[in-house]
Write a protein that binds this ligand. Sequence first.
Ligand SMILES: Cc1cc2nc3c(=O)[nH]c(=O)nc-3n(C[C@H](O)[C@H](O)[C@H](O)COP(=O)(O)O)c2cc1C
Length: 396
Amino acid sequence: MEKNVFEQAFIEKKIGHSDLQLKNIFIRSAAYEGMLDRGLPNQDLIDHHVAMARGDVALTTVSYGAVSADARTFNTQMYINDDSLERLKVLADEVHKAGGKVSMQLTHCGYFSKNKDCRRPLAPSKLFNAYGSISGILFSKAMSSVDMKRVANDFAEAAIKLKDIGFDAVEIHMGHGYLLSQFLSPRTNKRKDEYGGSIENRSRFPLEVLRAVIAGVGKEFPVLVKLNLADGFKRGFSLEDCKYVALALKENACSAIVLSGGFTSITPFYLMRGKVPLGGMIKNGSSLTEKLTMALFGPLIIKRYKFTANYFLPQAKEIRKVVSMPLVYLGGVDSKKGIEEIMNAGFDFIAMARALIHDPDFLIKLKANQIEKTECNRCNKCIVEMDRGGVKCVLI
Ligand SMILES: Cc1cc2nc3c(=O)[nH]c(=O)nc-3n(C[C@H](O)[C@H](O)[C@H](O)COP(=O)(O)O)c2cc1C
């Protein structure tokens, strides 16, 4: 009997030209877990991703894999080094035993830093760092060509090491206002050289990073890229820019693009939508000044966006029209009907964060017709939990 649209989501599928066979089209999107003990992955992190694999997620993405010590947003975050790799190998082995595959989101924070070990964070240009200002990290350093070579190499080295310990894929973070996104965005890239100005120039360094990673791991190993559809503010990275970069990523042998949007330091809720959990964010401030600043200015500076199911679909469809490579849809996937809508629009894979944080068995329950929809109500308090010992849903 022919399978219906939803059933077809559970057929095995390869990621692009890579060798990686996934058991279905579902990916646990990178969503910072905060499950670390002194910067090293703890048992909760392993259990979290094993639960995803048991819940029928084909590929679970570990976040936030800083490619070097100075790529961390704050200094208690994990970065890829011998100590974290030892724990990450256990994580990969356990996910495999549970029938899943595992990827790592590779990231550099750029100027979005309150990492006290790095007083002058790297960025495309010298920028005022409001996020780090309370920690005394006021300005970034415009990267030199030597810095760029070093950072591209850090991405490549991190990917090679992860491949060596059994990770099945990596995802290069070019979105959400982190370093590579800062290069792509005209708001933060003020360079006058061949790395600034036109979108061709702004995408030059992110593409160099992609090529360095692929040169390191080989074309058979899946290298995904997370890319903004738009930054979500005027004169930022636009949908037109995204079309250009998507085509360039295809030319440069990227395995799949995970489409998202928003800029963490300016439009953090553009990428999530729903409620802004300001109370919890104030409590989580690391100093009294930070708590006060958040309490006084939070409501003014943090813009809210109404949640609607599949909220990025209209923009993502525009990219689907122009590029013929594997695309991963992400943003507001909440039901069987929503999944069918995405599949009918021609997307190859579907990523989710909150529905799976709420219930790692979401897919199993959908498949068994036990539920039609997630009960996650987008209160977004899960992001507060990241800094309170580990991401979790407060509803359960
Ligand atoms: C708790 C939490 C942490 C997140 N951390 C990251 C992250 O580290 N990297 C990233 O690219 N996106 C991060 N995101 C964004 C998600 O990957 C995703 O884009 C967003 O939640 C929208 O998808 P959803 O509607 O399926 O939740 C995070 C989201 C949540 C809820």
